[in-house]
Design a protein around this ligand. Sequence first.
Ligand code: ADP
Ligand code: ADP
Length: 228
Amino acid sequence: MIELQHISKRHRAGAVETTALDAVDLQIEAGEYLAITGPSGCGKSTLLGLLGLLDRPSSGRYLLQGEDLTQRSERELAAIRRGRIGFVFQSFNLVDELTVADNVQLALRYGELPAKAQRQRVAEVLERLGLAHRAAHHPSQLSGGQQQRVAIARAIAARPALLLADEPTGNLDSAHGQEVMRLLRELNDEGTTLVMVTHSAEHAAMASRTLRLLDGRVLVDAPLELAA
Ligand code: ADP
Ligand code: ADP
């Protein structure tokens, strides 16, 4: 589904250049659940940003579902991102001026669904995540666990083929963290390809494959049973 060929990413801050990713080769099959781990600064967020088309590599090639995206315009990348990729962040990134339902509907605003079908889809997704009774609330009226469920609802509303999660349980207590992990597992079981950055060894163990980075390189790339 995804192929990174010799991807490097260099960040420049003034005169200082940092190599965040150094010639990474990576293939992710449809339906995989990949956990990305490694110490702070090893390149995890940079890799997720490249996978999500939020950022471009300094060199190397990126293929998504067989298409080479390396030379695409910003506009084309944005359209691909909206249609095929969902994001879940540590800090939820919800809009508090909007209701829960409107936050989820944001994910559908550039799609093809007419307004009525959008509202139906939002209701379906909220129901599925146990949030139907919160549709008219604002995010700040909800607990952290509920807010992250709203963020997941928004991420999956457009039925993306690829779901990217950056420390999705980082701001949650352990009970709500577990609940979010169960939910991600379920979505993957239903066929969504999932890539998650996590510091938690316990959470990484829920993935089917672990990629451990060090200094911008892949140190270990192993299926679950070998990764520990
Ligand atoms: P991780 O997510 O594993 O903590 P990052 O991908 O955030 O690692 O960062 C990898 C390296 O790239 C670090 O050395 C970091 O300081 C550097 N870096 C990341 N983003 C930027 C940026 N926008 N500008 C300059 N350096 C950056
Ligand atoms: P759930 O198990 O459905 O996620 P929670 O245990 O998160 O529910 O929350 C239980 C109730 O307490 C909910 O009605 C929620 O809105 C409220 N609540 C919990 N934590 C907070 C919080 N930090 N701010 C506002 N309301 C909260």
